[in-house]
Design a protein around this ligand. Sequence first.
Ligand code: FES
Length: 178
Amino acid sequence: MSHAESHTSPHGEIDLNVVREMLSHFTYQDHQEAQELILSALQEINEHFGWVSMEAAELVADHLGTTATRVYGLLTFYADFRTQPRGKNFMLLCHGMSCYVMGSNKLIEELQVNYGIGDGDTTADGELTVQVVNGCLGICDCAPVAKLGDEFHGNLTVDSLNEAIRNAIAARSAVAVS
Ligand code: FES
């Protein structure tokens, strides 16, 4: 068994057996129907693992009777797809209207200056990935808002953003060594 097949971490390699199992639910009558399923298959993999590896994309191509090149093309065309694993901590930073009015720009700037990351990037040490959301995270009353892991942080300032990030990284490291 290869390393990829034995690993199930959402932050590491993609378990290709899980991908095969997902793909087995995508059934079709003809080539045209198969083509229409490519995006849904990629979306499902992206949602489950947080990204789509080249190996996973090749399985999609095989299963749906298309070329790997075509699948890679779709992966890079749509901004929603990630082709790199996420960092250990994943943050959604809201840049919707309320958060924008309440200063989400400053938070985005802080991430760029202090961590060297912009939308979709991961820090060099692999600790943090950020995705800037232009929609709304649904709690405008607490704008500006970020969701770090499963936790929402509201009324953020540059200081409280940094603190939330520090705490999340420390908490995850503590789990890793215990
Ligand atoms: S706009 Fe950010 S939570 Fe609604």
